[in-house]
Design a protein around this ligand. Structure first.
Ligand SMILES: Cc1ncc(C[n+]2csc(CCOP(=O)(O)OP(=O)(O)O)c2C)c(N)n1
Length: 644
């Protein structure tokens, strides 16, 4: 049978469908997503949960003239399928293919780019304010999850929306989940609102819901019909309790909860809601992973799986793979916390991703998930540091960006001992532009009191974590996404000397000074540097290799000695060139008046790195050992040229 999906190239075509056709389409969309995402992995459960919701929004609102703003955008695959990107959908998250999030340049339907949480209400409110100033007729709709609603920005935006009184529809996609279980008092509040539906005082509820429907300016036939249905379906209806729902107190009308998988109901709700003046929140209850039992059963595991077999529902994993950096970090942290009760862990809704779940399970009282609230996480850690605890804030490099002022103002100015364990540092791959962690060396390095380090492998990561926990002041430690190198792990931990690099080859500094050049490699690039040096040796080039370990304080003594001896330095880092480790080396040489040293820096250019497999991206941006060799050959050739 021909698929309806194959005839949908825009929401206009969707709007011609009947309810049974839309129901069939919902099933086809789910199958398409389950199958296509299985190839490279991606955000599965969030998308399966919003199929009917997305269809209803595009059906009722006149997109793209009406402006639909998604929060994070990890749940926008259905939106992509319905807005002219169906044929390219199989390329999602691949180099040159569709983005896994929202991008304005990808489609006029992607009104506002996203991937970091909690931005949708702010952006939508801005669009609504501009619309009114420009005298346009448009609906503006923000779709935000209950997880993203825990972010400070979302709350700041609600505060503003409640007073600006612009016409704005906020759809709260409430599936009770962030990546893991949602946390916090607001989440508790929402679950109270939901729970009333199933309370014993059903008669009271029925009355309230009836009143709630009547409150809507237009009651659709489908809603009225459904209102007369049996008790169970009636429970799916809107419950509106003016007092007690926090948003009403902020001046934002609140409707819900509604069953987000009931297409006729969704259509009626949005048809009604779009006529309401002022800001409105509609609580739509959905099930993450809906329609595929494996994903419904464990939506955390299926939030963003890697490649999987969709016929069996198993995630592909090679049992012989080395552990990930995250796993090594988490195990080491728990080991240290076993012996030291002052160590506590803080995460902003990323207990799975950062590995803090291990600490959560072992020491629940010393584990804090603060919600998607990186700014708060940092200052909260600051408070604990003042009281003598040692907080380890486990956070992705990209999300650390959110909390920059907190790091400056609350931590560094007061020289507080907080450890920032920054996972997913460097190129992260398929998640692309907004998720690469390529700015942290720069924004951490420039801050007074901050120390900045990165390990060459997972064994060094363990000692660096230990070092960070037992030193003073703020420390940032970055390590990459994914599989570690598989090196043996020692039993004991020891502190590394602060600001001391490791000369990997040759064995003494005197010998190293007599080499043709020295590579100063930072963090995960050390392995490429060693490979390049070994291969260049076969061509007769003598290249020293240094594992820099610290971007701040730099091992000034070693760098100056090598510069004086070899007069040729190459720096390499998985980070933006501007302000990174190589810049620190240049600054040192400039300060020392060593302007005649030939320095070549390898790192990322002044552009946002695209999405794609890390190997492709590293090749493209020159982070491969092949490119490193080319740079060194060129440098040494130009030296001979000068000498001749
Ligand atoms: C600032 C920020 N911190 C962390 C994340 C990582 N993250 C991606 S999706 C997600 C959960 C979002 O939950 P919710 O908004 O409820 O959407 P759902 O996945 O449940 O549909 C988190 C924490 C992020 N995208 N942005």
């Amino acid at each position: 049978m021909a698929r309806i999906l194959d005839s949908i190239d825009s929401p206009e075509q969707l709007r011609t469908l009947s309810i049974p056709q839309m129901e069939q389409l919902a099933g086809e969309i789910r199958n398409e997503i389950i199958e296509k995402v299985s190839v490279r992995g991606g955000h599965l459960a969030p998308n399966l949960g919003v199929v009917e919701l997305t269809m209803a929004l595009h059906y009722i609102f006149n997109t793209p003239d009406d402006l639909l703003v998604w929060d994070i955008g990890h749940q926008a695959y259905v939106h992509k399928l319905l807005t002219g990107r169906r044929e390219r959908f199989h390329t999602i998250r691949q180099f040159g293919g569709l983005s896994g999030y929202l991008r304005r340049e990808e489609s006029p339907y992607d009104v506002f780019g996203a991937s970091h949480a909690s931005t949708s209400i702010s952006a939508a409110l801005g669009l609504a304010a501009a619309r009114d100033l420009q005298g346009k007729e448009q609906k503006v709709i923000a779709v935000i999850g209950d997880g993203a609603l825990t972010g400070g920005m979302a709350l700041e935006a609600l505060n503003n929306a409640g007073s600006l009184k612009k016409n704005l529809v906020i759809v709260l996609n409430d599936n009770e989940k962030s990546i893991s279980d949602n946390v916090g008092a607001l989440s508790h509040h929402l679950s109270q609102v939901r729970r009333v539906q199933t309370s014993p005082s059903y008669q009271r509820l029925r009355e309230m819901a009836k009143g709630s429907i009547e409150r809507l300016p237009v009651v659709g036939d489908r809603a009225r019909e459904a209102a007369g249905r049996a008790e169970t379906s009636f429970k799916q209806f809107m419950l509106h309790s003016k007092s007690g729902v926090i948003f009403e107190e902020l001046g934002i009308k609140f409707f819900g909860p509604f069953d987000g998988h009931d297409i006729p109901l969704m259509l009626d709700v949005f048809e009604n809601v779009k006529k309401i003046e002022g800001p409105v929140i509609v609580q739509v209850v959905t099930k993450k992973g809906k329609g595929w039992h494996v994903a419904e059963g464990d939506s955390t595991k299926w939030h963003g799986p890697g490649a999987y077999d969709y016929t069996t529902g198993t995630i592909k994993k090679n049992p012989n793979d080395p552990p990930t950096y995250t796993e090594v970090f988490a195990n080491t942290l728990v080991g240290i916390a076993e012996k030291d009760t002052s160590v506590v862990g803080v995460t902003a809704a990323m207990e799975e991703g950062t590995g803090l779940k291990k600490l959560h399970q072992r020491f629940p009282e010393r584990y804090f998930d603060v919600g998607i609230a990186e700014q708060h996480a940092v200052t909260f850690a600051g408070g604990m540091a003042v009281s003598g605890l040692c907080p380890v804030v486990a956070i992705y490099s990209t999300f650390m960006q959110r909390a920059f002022d907190q790091v400056v103002h609350d931590i560094c100015v007061q020289d507080l001992h907080v450890v920032f364990a920054m996972d997913r540092a460097g190129i992260v791959g398929e998640d692309g532009q907004t998720q690469h962690g390529v700015f942290d060396i720069a924004f951490m390095r420039m801050l007074p009191n901050m120390k900045v380090m990165a390990p060459k492998d997972e064994e060094e990561l363990r000692h660096m974590l230990y070092t960070a926990i037992y030193m003073d002041g703020p420390v940032s430690l970055r390590y990459p996404r994914g599989k570690a190198l598989g090196v043996p792990l020692s039993q004991d931990l020891h502190a590394l000397e602060v600001g001391k690099a490791e000369l990997l080859s040759p064995s003494t500094l005197e010998e190293a000074q007599r080499m043709d050049c020295a590579i100063l490699a930072y963090g995960s690039t050390v392995a490429q540097a060693q490979l390049a040096a070994a291969e260049l040796a076969e061509e007769g080039h003598r290249v020293a290799v240094v594992n820099a370990r610290w971007a701040k304080p730099l091992d000034e003594e070693m760098i100056i000695s090598l510069a004086q001896g070899t007069r040729h330095l190459v720096t390499i880092e998985d980070h933006a060139l501007m302000g990174g480790f190589g810049s620190a080396v240049l600054e040192l040489l400039e300060r020392e008046g060593m302007r005649d040293i030939d320095v070549r820096r390898i790192g990322l250019p002044d552009t946002f790195v695209e999405h794609g497999a890390p190997t492709i991206l590293k090749e493209l941006y020159g982070l491969s050992s092949a490119h490193l060799k080319e740079v060194i050959r060129d440098m040494l050739a130009s030296q001979q040229h000068t000498l001749a």
